[in-house]
Design a protein around this ligand. Sequence first.
Ligand code: HEM
Length: 78
Amino acid sequence: MAELPIYTKQQLALRNGQDKPQIWVAYLGVIYDVTESRLWRNGKHYEHWAGQDLTDELADAPHAEGVFEKFDAVGKLV
Ligand code: HEM
């Protein structure tokens, strides 16, 4: 985890499912690549959009943070 590259909010924002092919979501400062998830197609997941820090929004989800376990952490958010 210590070796993960650091990205800014602006860099994360480009991975929103619209501007670049990758779809990334940040949670507790860690950026996860959810590109392969059918549930995040086009960067949209229910009323939530990728390309941003969704830490505060997890409280609205019917699931806990365990959903991130199967995805690779690709970076850390500044
Ligand atoms: C209205 C709010 C939300 C709803 C209704 C919702 C619903 C769901 C459902 C039904 C699943 C698949 C089954 C499961 O693992 O429970 C899922 C998976 C997931 N959710 Fe959410 N979710 C919401 C918000 C969020 C938020 C805010 C995040 C990020 C902080 C998030 C991240 C994920 C991830 C990463 C997965 C795994 C996707 C996969 O396995 O392909 N969800 N969500």
